[in-house]
Design a protein around this ligand. Structure first.
Ligand code: HEC
Ligand code: HEC
Length: 278
């Protein structure tokens, strides 16, 4: 009986389901959710992977001044003393074990959809990375922030839903927080998700100078409506615009380049279903 069950199981699982939790977590952290973009220190050559996830960029905004935390298992300067339950709670709610809430630069409003298995995978992988001792500055919160509800965020997704290509694309686009950068902000840094999701127009300043997020809705003039699938994929994974010019940071092109072909297909298919915004 057991044997028969084992064979049936082996035939019915997809390659993705055969991954271990640590492998799935590595894929999410490195390729889809690109945690390094904010949590790994940057040197002149780009990300310093010898100190991966040990604390990154500082975001100095009118409402807060915060630094991408050390999320390695170092007990003194990282999250080595957190339990898995505490870590998963932080990811899906933004609330730390001590009850304080992280600034919304940490895109936890998008992580509410994470499946139970993906939360387990993230916790398993973060436990497995090398502990790096690196103290980051304490956060400063200047004014209380309005809670935001991003487009497509919401309740936890079920693993079974992700078998459908468009549902999978919506899930991946959400946890990759594409619409965080590609939706304009109104006064007091609140995104206009209701009227302008995907319309672009946010300005990002950094060592690269300045970049402005473009419209990624299917609008034929302002957005991606006339782009081919391959052109969209090239922009996401190689940072090359339709006319061939090189796109600037902070979009994590190199991280997205290691997504599976299937997941990239799903994201592009779902992008084509966003409401067009001219
Ligand atoms: C867009 C930038 C950004 C991305 C992407 C991002 N984070 Fe963060 N994260 C931050 C910032 C900034 C903070 C600190 C916020 C604060 O102090 O209020 C933070 C805080 C955290 C904390 C709380 C740590 C502590 O000591 O309080 C954890 C855990 C965390 N992030 C994990 C992750 C993981 C895992 C990923 C990827 C799945 C991720 N983050 C993706 C910016 C980001
Ligand atoms: C951290 C912010 C950020 C995130 C996250 C982000 N992007 Fe971008 N993206 C940008 C910026 C800024 C540019 C424009 C760069 C430039 O013009 O040099 C851009 C460019 C693009 C382009 C090229 C469009 C054009 O008209 O040239 C596409 C397509 C795109 N992003 C799609 C996505 C998708 C899909 C995701 C999620 C998988 C995503 N982006 C995540 C900031 C971001």
């Amino acid at each position: 009986m057991k044997m028969v069950f084992g064979i049936v199981l082996a035939l019915s699982v997809s390659p993705a389901a055969a991954e271990t939790l640590v492998e799935r977590g590595a894929y999410l952290v490195n390729s889809v959710m690109v945690c390094h973009n904010c949590h790994t220190p940057r040197g002149p050559q780009g990300l310093d992977m010898s100190r991966a996830l040990s604390g990154g960029q500082t975001f100095d905004e009118p409402a807060f001044k915060v630094t991408g935390s050390n999320i390695t298992p170092d007990k003194d300067t990282g999250i080595g003393n957190w339990t898995d339950a505490e870590l998963k709670h932080l990811l899906a709610s933004g609330i730390r074990p001590n009850g304080t809430k992280v600034a919304p630069i940490m895109p936890t409003e998008f992580y509410t959809v994470l499946t139970a298995r993906d939360l387990d995978a993230l916790a398993a992988y973060l436990r497995s990375v090398p502990a790096v001792r690196h103290e980051t500055p304490a956060p400063e919160y200047k004014i209380p922030l309005k809670p935001e509800t991003p487009t497509y965020a919401g309740k936890q997704a079920a693993e079974a839903e992700l078998a459908d290509k468009l549902a999978r694309g919506r899930y991946l686009l959400t946890i990759a927080h594409c619409l965080e950068c590609h939706t304009p902000e109104g006064p007091s840094a609140v995104h206009d998700f209701a009227a302008a999701s995907g319309k672009g127009g946010r300005t990002f300043k950094g060592p690269w100078g300045e970049s402005i997020s473009p419209n990624i809705t299917p609008d034929p003039v302002a957005g991606l409506g006339q782009w081919s699938d391959d052109e969209i994929k090239r922009a996401i994974t190689q940072g090359i615009a339709r006319d061939g010019h090189k796109l600037k940071p902070p979009m994590a092109y190199a991280g997205y380049a290691t997504m599976t072909a299937q997941d990239l297909d799903a994201i592009v298919a779902f992008l084509r279903t966003l409401p067009p915004r001219g």
